[in-house]
Design a protein around this ligand. Structure first.
Ligand SMILES: [Zn+2]
Length: 869
């Protein structure tokens, strides 16, 4: 490709190709002015390479690769006279901050990290990154070189290259030669899916602490190695909103320190100075809060830094030029210039306050190890939890740099510790093999934020989830205490190896159900055409108790694999490490024998999922990621536009993700006659295609998630109702009317707050489970899940109500509007309707939301593999 480029590039580019040493500006290098078009990611990477090649004071680090194979890079910029290696500067910074041991050197530097284009269609910021890099590369810029005497600058031009190129490709394909500024024209209307998200349609600005996506994992590894003092996450907002920068608005998490509040102001004031000089519009203290811990501003804050979000007008509908509601024309050039301006102002403000920035950072980690925490001093994870689950949970702690250990000695706790499962206080005994997490550690704040049972917020006016406590996410038996417990180093338990257990000539192998490892093991066996049986009842074998859901692999039924069976099971067991045991007899000491008809055969299902217009790209992406990246099982993806022509009989399981399913409307002939006979609401609720129900009745399994359920309410044959009885319907209508009357004195100024009354944006609820049903195999009698949808459904009249939210007491953590809370009364969360030979599985709230709710993974696996028969 390089040779080809030689002919295509303007002449002045030849110098670099032939190893020239002259620094080029972005426009010289790219052959167009920044802002004239959207730069492709690979061109930006080439430019970063060029700059680091010709600039001795700039080092390029490739820290990973995206799902689509694009490189993830940062440039580390030091002062031109700097004699030290980047590595020794980094080490000195960590020593100075008290994060690692070592000898302190004089004149520590403050570290500013600027991250661009996390949302790929907020596309001006990568262009700004190119300009910013060039300014700091050009050693004739005396002022910037002076700033570099005290500041190390790290520039990540694009956190989300796959999404950024999705947008750049879209715009380069759809944009007019002369940009059309009308926001309704094609070049301003991205199609499904927009460039905001990454390859698996995950929002990388919701993923920092969970690290479910490759890009986040790579970036956080580098971030943790550097631990910058200041981090800016560059965004764009509606093209009508001029510019937002720090300070953020309430709610703030209570653990945000006074200095972190103050320095946001200092930087904000410096940004404002430059904006004022140019008479530019901006706002602060509105819209953007500091709470949810997986953002690019809060996560750095919970890691001691000053984390900030900057938002310029623009976004996916900004194009190269767009007419705003103020009838100005907003150009890409202007957008990138303003981001460039705040980048410089941020570095300058940090330079001006460098000593204080460094001091406060040191203080932060000193306090973390010595100061009283907000409430709990120690979190206790019971050893009684599933081994695999503990391992995965500890892996997340490792990724976040949270330390843990074992108790020094068993301790009877008499001070009534908090029990996450029951929400009550009780006395427990802390055992040798339990795991302790102390809040007296470098990551004290992050630990508290991720473990606190209730989020401590200064205000509830927020539009993201308000609860994320790790013990609920992982479904762990866990406790918290105000008491400090002595820790010793964590000793990794010796995992019993399945090797050697799987000798040939055995009667079979049994696997405990209920862990992600057992799930991925099952997926691998099914992929390899192994016939697996699942126990519908419990039994005891060789002294081990197996609950329903246990898998049994027998040579019987697997004759087609001959001697390969052992190898497949053996390799899968080594790879996935489920709790597996081989047996030599079909006799159980208690409960069902291995030949019982209560063992049901699972055959490898062909699984399909709907994507495209009308389907939530986020939920589709979570499902896609679940199959491809988490359990490694094939999934067929169909477009919603082809919904009616799908050959259903070739599919075993069809998943309808959350979505508006607007395309189902079009099936209804919109003739005047029909309109007259049908109310508008009936139009919206037009049935899914008849072939779908026919397929279900003949044995298909349909999984319907979140708002997709709306299309099935009161539809014949689907078993889902809006009201459980006529009386309930009347009652609901009466209440609605009463509510409307009561709302007449509402205040305009309170409208945002009023909206909260009927909403839940993500709170943790306790769901009662019928764990005798295959959908809940492997779970206890209750499950903690995220309530995301405000819609409440009554129980299925004829189906199995497997997961129920009982009453207002079901709310465990986070914010839920008081009116919706009051309405909770035995509502369906997970249910299975048996439709002749098939099954319809309803999941009222998306269990795979943002891919971070670990404890839902098996439940979703149950839906696709275990429910049936
Ligand atoms: Zn954004």
């Amino acid at each position: 490709m390089k040779n080809l480029k030689l002919f295509l590039l303007p002449l002045f580019n030849l110098t670099i190709i032939f190893g020239g040493t002259t620094l080029q500006s972005p426009s010289q290098f790219l052959g167009y002015e920044l802002g004239d078009k959207f730069t492709f990611h690979h061109d930006a990477v080439d430019y970063f390479e060029h700059v680091s090649t010709v600039s001795k004071h700039i080092e390029l680090i490739t820290y990973g690769e995206t799902y689509e194979g694009r490189p993830l890079i940062v440039s580390v910029i030091t002062h031109p006279n700097n004699k030290e290696s980047v590595e020794s500067i980094r080490a000195n910074h960590l020593i100075t901050s008290g994060l690692i041991e070592g000898e302190k050197q004089e004149n520590p530097l403050s570290i500013v990290w600027l991250s661009y284009s996390v949302h790929g269609n907020e596309a001006s910021s990568m262009e700004a990154a190119l300009k910013t890099l060039h300014t700091f590369a050009d050693t004739s810029n005396i002022e910037q070189m002076r700033w570099l005497e005290k500041v190390i600058l790290i520039i990540d031009p694009c956190i989300n290259p796959d999404g950024r190129d999705r947008y750049a490709n879209f715009y380069r394909m759809m944009g007019n030669l002369i940009p059309d500024v009308d926001s309704k024209t094609r070049e301003h209307q991205e199609s499904w899916v927009s460039g905001r998200t990454n390859h698996y349609y995950h929002d990388l600005n919701r993923d920092w602490s969970w690290q479910t996506q490759k890009e986040t994992q790579y970036r956080l590894k580098l971030y943790k190695e550097w631990m910058p003092h200041v981090h800016v996450d560059y965004h764009e907002q509606s093209y009508n909103d001029p510019y937002y920068f720090a300070p953020a608005v309430e709610p703030y998490h209570e653990l945000i320190t006074p200095w972190q509040r103050e320095f946001q102001n200092i930087i904000g004031n410096n940004n404002a100075k430059y904006f004022d000089e140019r008479q530019l519009l901006y706002f602060r203290n509105e819209e953007f809060d500091l709470l949810y811990p997986a953002y690019g501003d809060t996560y750095p804050i919970y890691n001691g830094a000053i984390g900030m979000t900057y938002e310029k007008a623009g976004g996916g509908s900004g194009g190269v030029a767009v007419k705003t509601s103020a009838t100005d024309t907003l150009t890409l050039k202007e957008r990138l210039e303003h981001h460039y301006l705040t980048g410089l102002a941020t570095v300058e403000a940090t330079y001006q306050n460098s000593e204080r920035v460094i001091q406060e950072f040191q203080k932060y980690f000193k306090n973390a190890n010595t100061e009283q925490p907000k409430q709990f001093k120690t979190y206790i994870i019971s050893n009684d939890n599933n081994d695999n689950k503990i391992k995965d949970f500890l892996n997340l702690l490792d990724l976040n740099g949270i330390k843990y250990g074992r108790p020094v000695k068993p301790t009877q706790m008499m001070n009534k510790v908090f029990d996450y499962q029951s929400g009550e206080r009780k006395n427990i005994k802390v055992l040798d093999e339990d795991i302790l997490i102390s809040t007296q550690q470098d990551m004290s704040v992050l630990t508290q934020v991720l473990f606190e049972p209730q989020t401590t917020v200064s205000d509830t006016l927020t539009y993201d989830i308000t609860a994320w406590s790790l013990p609920y996410i992982y479904g762990l038996k866990a406790f918290a205490t105000e008491k400090e417990l002595a820790l010793q180093e964590y000793d990794t338990p010796i995992v019993r190896s399945p090797l050697g257990l799987l000798n040939s000539g055995y009667y079979g192998a049994i696997v405990q159900w209920g862990s992600v490892n057992a799930l991925t093991f099952l997926a691998e066996l099914l992929k390899n055409k192994v016939v697996v049986r699942v126990a519908e009842k419990s039994f005891t074998h060789d002294g081990n108790i197996y609950e329903p859901g246990a898998l049994f692999i027998s040579p019987r039924g697997n004759e087609h694999l001959r001697e390969k069976l052992h190898k497949i099971v053996h390799n899968a067991a080594i790879k996935h490490k489920p709790a597996i045991a081989t047996i030599s007899t079909g006799k159980s000491s208690k409960g069902i024998d291995l030949g019982s008809s209560n063992f049901r055969v699972i055959k490898a299902p062909r699984i399909a999922v709907l994507s495209g217009d009308g389907v939530s790209s986020g939920n589709f992406g979570e499902i896609w990621h679940y199959f491809e990246q988490q359990i490694e099982y094939p999934v067929s993806v169909f477009n919603s536009s082809d919904f009616k022509s799908i050959t259903f009989k070739d599919i075993d399981v069809l998943i309808l993700p959350d979505g508006s399913y607007g395309f189902l409307k079009t099936e209804f002939p919109p003739s005047a006659q029909v309109k007259k006979e049908t109310s508008a609401s009936m139009l919206i609720k037009k049935s899914p295609p008849p072939a779908l129900l026919k397929w279900v009745n003949e044995g298909g399994r349909l999984i319907v998630i979140g708002s997709a359920m709306e299309k099935f309410v009161d539809q014949k044959g689907y078993g889902l109702v809006k009201y459980e009885s006529e009386a309930a319907k009347k009652e609901a209508k009466k209440n609605d009317e009463k509510q409307k009357l009561g709302e007449r004195d509402k205040k305009y100024g309170d409208r945002k707050r009023t909206k909260l009354i009927d909403n839940t944006y993500g709170s943790i609820v306790k769901i009662e489970l019928d764990n005798t049903h295959p959908l809940a195999f492997g779970y206890d009698e209750h499950y903690f899940g995220l309530k995301l949808e405000k819609k409440l459904y009554p129980l299925l009249p004829k189906g199995w109500n497997v997961g129920i939210m009982k009453d207002s007491e079901s709310l465990v953590a986070g914010f839920m509007g008081h009116r919706i809370k009051k309405k909770i009364n035995n509502n369906l969360i997970f249910g299975v309707h048996e439709a002749k030979k098939g099954r319809i599985i309803y999941m009222a709230d998306n269990p795979l939301f943002r891919s971070f709710w670990y404890n839902s993974k098996v439940l979703f696996g149950n839906a696709v593999f275990i429910v049936g028969g």
